[in-house]
Design a protein around this ligand. Structure first.
Ligand code: PLP
Length: 470
């Protein structure tokens, strides 16, 4: 078979540009959903003995694109991220083109300096005094890194000797926190029951006095509190825990305070909304997903510590000198302070995007997202067929549709959401608030207009009305 040396030819460029352009065409469906069995029948997934031609691969790539969910589409509201970033795409492309790993300056010189610059920039935005940090593989893993630092701080011998007969370490998060804290307690050998969920108020914010109470109860039981995980932007309600009131409690009990800003961290970029995170400068660590509100391709996540030294102390081990040669550029190498060995270059895309949009571009982006979310909330409030289930804290709007026959609202709204997605018109997710199933509309794409939001509600209400008729 003719295996030419492949380069970008016109056909490939057209495939990419068509895909980018189609997302802005109102007639393009958000998704072309098929159940797994049917999808499997449409595509030849078998891996052959003899390889295929580049032409055939192009055809398969086109199929892949046509069955992918268009997350850059203006009617995609399903996750805590959406939209499309061209500088981000370029970053991904050139990251793969140059294919390297972040362990040493020697093999990733520009990327290492870019990452270092980003850590300094973001550390300064957090107002951390002597920040250190790393780009790592997601918010969950940022929460893991924070818990690991805190665990080793509480038990300094543990890194070498493992657990001995010490009292149980307990971590405190809120009822609305991300599930990764429990996963991490499992990974770290603490046990999921060591994670205590502090009560939240009506908006979903951790109640400081309940935190203090939970810590006291744990102490009375002979346990050893070591960690508090506060959240800046909870996944369902978009709530921000009151950091300023949590800081004195963690200081009083000498606990590590980590802030999970995976979702809401980017509000720091707006002078108007960063007030939601007041007190962050006194937290010990912070994770921030640039792939959510900053719109970068997944994964782009930054972990920051207020004071230098913790990352290396927690992560370094002996026996890595085959890769790290301290003699040469040791102080520049990021690898020894990372949990990972090979680590993808995520700095290029974020650095390029930041260069392109500037601080001002991101400030406008965050302000715009909040403005759009306020508009969406107003629509819900004004329409008697819609019920706002909780006041909006940031960019999440939790509501439900009220049909004229109100016997099973949960069932109705679940079906509404499924039918809407299957129609390919709009995609939005749902969640539970206590026993109520709610539609969770999340506004994360600043390219939306009010008309796009109107269209979303039109699509939803139309689908609901035809459901009512049946
Ligand atoms: C998305 C999210 C996470 C998980 O981040 P990943 O990058 O998906 O691992 C954790 N916490 C919060 C609050 C989130 O919104």
């Amino acid at each position: 078979m003719d295996k030419r040396k492949p380069i970008f030819d016109q056909r490939l460029i057209d495939i990419v540009n068509n895909y980018i352009e189609e997302k802005d065409n109102p007639n393009t469906p958000v998704t072309h959903h098929l159940p797994p069995d049917e999808l499997r029948q449409k595509i030849d997934l078998s891996l052959p003995e003899d390889g295929c031609s580049m032409e055939e691969l192009y055809g398969i790539i086109e199929q892949y694109l046509s069955f992918s969910v268009r997350t850059g589409h203006l009617q995609f509201f399903n996750q805590l991220w959406s939209g499309f970033s061209f500088p981000g795409l370029l970053g991904e492309l050139f990251t793969s083109l140059t294919n390297t790993s972040m362990y040493t300056y020697e093999v990733a010189p520009m990327a290492t300096l870019m990452e270092t610059e980003l850590i300094e920039k973001m550390g300064a935005i957090c107002r951390f005094e002597k920040p250190e940090g790393l780009l790592l593989s997601g918010g969950s893993n940022g929460n893991l890194q924070a818990m690991m630092i805190a665990r080793n701080r509480a038990l300094p011998n543990l890194k070498k000797e493992g657990f001995s007969d010490s009292s149980r370490l307990t971590a405190f998060i809120s009822e609305e926190s991300h599930y990764s804290f429990e996963k991490n307690a499992n990974i770290l050998g603490l046990g999921t029951e060591s994670v205590r969920k502090v009560k939240t108020n009506d908006l979903g914010e951790m109640i400081p006095s309940e935190l203090a109470k939970a810590i006291e109860i744990s102490l009375q039981q002979g346990e050893r509190p070591f960690f508090v995980g506060a959240t800046a932007g909870t996944v369902v309600k978009g709530a921000f825990d009151p950091l300023e009131k949590i800081v004195p409690i963690t200081q009083q009990y000498n606990l590590w305070l980590h802030v999970d800003g995976s979702f809401g961290g980017s509000t720091l970029l707006s002078p108007k909304y960063r007030i939601l995170m007041q007190g962050l400068e006194k937290a010990d660590s912070f994770v921030w997903n640039a792939h959510k509100l900053m719109g970068l391709p997944i994964i782009c996540s930054i972990f920051l510590v207020r004071e230098r030294g913790h990352l290396l102390r927690t992560n370094s081990v002996e026996g890595a000198d085959y890769i790290f040669h301290d003699e040469v550029y040791g102080t520049f190498d990021l690898g020894s302070k990372s949990m990972q060995c090979g680590r993808k270059v995520d700095s290029l895309k974020l650095w390029l995007a930041w260069k392109y949009y500037g601080d001002k571009g991101y400030t406008q982006r965050i302000n715009r997202i909040f403005e759009l979310a306020a508009y969406a909330e107003e629509i819900v409030k004004e329409n008697p067929a819609l019920e706002l289930m909780i006041p909006r804290s940031s960019v999440n709007i939790c509501f439900r549709y009220l049909p004229s026959q109100r016997n099973d609202l949960n069932q109705f709204n679940l079906k509404l959401r499924e039918d809407l997605a299957r129609s390919g018109k709009s995609m939005v997710n749902y969640a539970h608030l206590d026993k109520n199933l709610v539609i969770r509309l999340v506004i994360t794409n600043p390219e939306l207009t009010n008309e796009d939001i109107d269209l979303f509600f039109d699509n939803l209400i139309q689908t609901a009305k035809s459901q009512e008729r049946n």
